[in-house]
Design a protein around this ligand. Structure first.
Ligand code: ZN
Length: 157
């Protein structure tokens, strides 16, 4: 297995919508196991393929006792908001309070093409929203509001 290089803000791959996975082959399995290896090596709780320079709709997560991967996910969220801090391996620097919804459900497939359907609240729901954003070329700093946003923009300059 290989630890992949994490791409950081400024790399165009992070701003490009990821493509649908169509080939469920050996290279896909290798990529996903490398993504897990990389996520654990950098002590992340979630990792999206564009963060390792691969523009495909895949992410992995490991939060508490829930870990997994999903390919070509779609997400639905509840109405209830949640507050909390958030950071990103691809945005070096501090985390910031980032508004999210408290409940999320993702549906997609796994590396064998079998259905994946996972729901969560709190941190798991936050992770699903954060990683799905990566697949659309969105970073968590885009979600910041008000004074927190101003502070983050200052810090990034
Ligand atoms: Zn991230």
């Amino acid at each position: 297995m290989t630890i992949l290089r994490i791409r950081t803000q400024g790399d165009p791959v992070l701003r490009t919508p990821a493509l649908t996975v169509t080939d469920f082959d050996e290279s896909l399995r290798t990529l996903i196991s490398d993504m897990f290896e990389t996520m654990y090596a950098v002590k992340g709780v979630g990792l999206a393929a564009p963060q390792v320079g691969v523009g495909l709709q895949i992410f992995t997560w490991d939060i508490g006792d829930d870990s997994g991967h999903v390919i070509n996910p779609s997400i639905e969220v509840g109405d209830e908001p949640q507050e909390g801090g958030e950071g990103c391996l691809s945005v070096p620097g501090p985390g910031y309070d980032t508004p999210r919804r408290d409940y999320a459900i993702i549906t997609g497939v796994d590396m064998n093409g079998d259905p994946v359907r996972r729901e969560g609240t709190g941190l798991l729901a936050r992770c699903f929203q954060h990683e799905t954003d990566h697949l659309h070329g969105t970073l968590f700093v885009d979600r910041l509001e008000g004074e927190v946003r101003k502070e983050a923009m200052r810090a990034m300059r």
